[in-house]
Design a protein around this ligand. Structure first.
Ligand code: 5GP
Length: 187
């Protein structure tokens, strides 16, 4: 497998989606589309944002070893479809945008996967961003901050951590990390 499996994780509100879009615009990358049992949100598209499936279907896919990893996050299943990713890896570096528990499963099964954690400058910056979105209650924001602290406690398992204070800088840093790993592989 010469193309890379790149795992990006980070708390809600850190700007992962924007970073992933920037990388995709540059070309050469494919984004893994996960399966989830959560409801579709306004603006999302089947097969693009996620494959939205039932809990029963998800559980039968687990039994069939259909996922490279999966986890239950805030009461819903999320999983990376194995066949989809293996197929994309034939031609592209594949980005998985997944939370930490799933990322650690990937690292166990594929030690060569590159794990990058995207972090806010600090907890207050994250809280301010979540508040700025104006979509969630204070209670929900505090739940997300708690989850952020849990994710932060797993930072040591990641290959790299990148702070997203300035978007351009964070994207450049991630690209440098990916490219330096590539050079190592081809030397
Ligand atoms: P959301 O519901 O906001 O789209 O995603 C919630 C969380 O699930 C995010 O942290 C996202 O990175 C994570 N996630 C999305 N797809 C997967 C997946 O396939 N596996 C795992 N483990 N986490 C996922």
């Amino acid at each position: 497998m010469s193309n890379q499996l790149i795992v990006l994780s980070g708390p809600s509100g850190v700007g992962k989606g924007t970073i992933v879009n920037r990388l995709l615009q540059k070309g050469g990358y494919a984004l893994s589309v996960s399966c989830t049992t959560r409801d579709m949100r306004v603006g999302e598209e089947e097969g693009k944002s996620y494959f939205f499936i039932s809990k029963e279907k998800f559980e039968s896919l687990i039994k069939e070893n259909g996922f490279l990893e999966y986890s239950n996050h805030f009461g819903n299943y999320y999983g990376t479809p194995a066949a989809f990713v293996k197929d994309k890896l034939k031609t592209h570096d594949v980005i998985l945008e997944i939370e930490v528990d799933g990322a650690l499963q990937i690292k166990k099964a594929y030690p060569q996967a590159l794990l990058i954690m995207i972090l806010p400058p600090d907890e207050n910056a994250l809280r301010a961003r979540l508040k700025g979105r104006g979509t969630e209650s204070d209670e929900r924001i505090e739940e997300r901050i708690k989850r952020y602290n849990y994710e932060l406690s797993k930072k040591g398992f990641y290959d790299f951590a990148v702070i997203n204070g300035d978007l351009d800088k964070a994207v450049a840093e991630i690209e440098n990390i990916i490219n330096s790993k590539k050079e190592l592989k081809h030397d």
